[in-house]
Design a protein around this ligand. Structure first.
Ligand code: MG
Length: 342
């Protein structure tokens, strides 16, 4: 049976890659709804290609433009934030892929959980802001969250078949980003274009900036705490510049499981949608001979202070992670606007 997918944020980096993997597996998936905040042109192109039941353009000023463009197709066009909360409740939808940017992903994800939908979660901020609430709601409505963040997908995959076993700790791997090995003096002079130049991963702008400052890894530690029910002291960040090992689980007997592949977001996206199955792909395969050395180092907490900041707020709990996330969203926007240095 084909799974019917709602993509919240179909024009972003995760959304477009999700459509790419879905297009290659027409026997497994149908697109029920695609949504975008502002990118009407790409949303229209995607609607022509996939002919979903619903399209949501959140920015109401663009509603007429999208409605007009799709008038010849059997597609319902909606607009406004409230439409997002409606489309996630559709009785025929199987999986809600939450790939909106930042805080905006929270409310539609909560509504999807309340409607009992399986969540494929790319929006880590949802768990950073409201992890405790989301965890309680998933229990109450008996909902599963499958992570799309590559590190969390790795941990999820390592935990398959281990439900009776105790996890001692997890290692979240970090590439170190474009400024690995640099000092504070260097960091002060960087511009958005330098920070957007990630060595390994192709991702959206916000997460790429967060990766350069290592705030992303801090947010991921908080995300992991809520996804896998861990204590802060069970989470360790290790820099692994090649981004081949996507994370590691260490069990109470001392044995470790790691998940490996070339860095390609299409893999965790597909696994979250196809779980528990692994579908055939033609993605490039990892070759040991191309990577004769996989290396590991400690993160530099003097230069990348955001990482310790995130661990501090995780230990404090309460509203602190939410405040951290809000400050970070403001800071990232100010950095893009060139009114804040790195
Ligand atoms: Mg990640």
């Amino acid at each position: 049976m084909r799974k019917r997918i709602v993509i919240l944020g179909s024009t972003g980096s995760i959304g477009t890659q999700a459509l790419e993997v879905i297009q290659k597996h027409p026997d497994s998936f149908d697109i029920e709804t695609i949504t975008a905040y502002n990118n009407a042109e790409l949303l229209i192109q995607q609607a022509y290609k996939f002919v979903p039941e619903n399209v949501v353009i959140v920015n109401k000023e663009k509603y007429n433009f999208v409605k007009e463009a799709l008038s010849k197709l059997p597609i319902k066009v909606h607009s406004g934030e409230e439409s997002l909360s409606q489309v996630v409740k559709s009785p025929s939808a199987d999986i809600i892929l939450s790939a909106m940017v930042g805080y905006s992903g929270l409310l539609p994800t909560i509504n999807a959980i309340k409607a009992g939908k399986t969540i494929a979660l790319a929006n880590k901020e949802t768990l950073v802001i409201a992890g405790e609430l989301i965890r309680a709601l998933t229990k109450e409505f008996n909902v599963k969250i499958y992570p799309i963040d590559s590190e969390h997908s790795a941990i999820f995959q390592c935990l398959e078949g281990e439900s009776q076993n105790t996890v001692e700790k997890i290692y979240l791997t970090a590439s170190g980003g474009p400024f690995r090995g640099k000092d504070l003096k260097y960091i002060k002079n960087i511009k958005p274009k330098d920070a957007l130049n990630h060595p390994n991963w192709c991702m959206g702008n916000k997460v790429t900036i967060d990766s350069a400052s290592l705030m992303n890894k801090g947010l991921e530690a908080i995300e992991a705490k809520w996804l896998f029910n861990l204590l802060p002291e069970q989470i360790e960040v290790i820099v692994h510049p090649q981004s081949i090992i996507h994370s590691i689980v260490q069990f109470q007997d001392g044995s470790m499981k790691a998940q490996m592949s070339l860095p390609d977001m299409r893999l965790p996206i597909l696994y979250a949608l196809s779980y528990p199955l692994r579908l055939k792909t033609d993605f490039p395969r990892f070759s040991f001979l191309n990577y004769p050395q996989l290396t590991f180092e400690k993160p530099d907490l003097e230069v990348f202070r955001n990482l310790s900041l995130a661990f501090n707020v995780m230990r404090q709990g309460g509203n602190m992670p939410c405040a951290l996330n809000a400050s970070n969203e403001v800071a990232v926007n100010a950095f893009f606007a060139n009114v804040l240095i790195f």
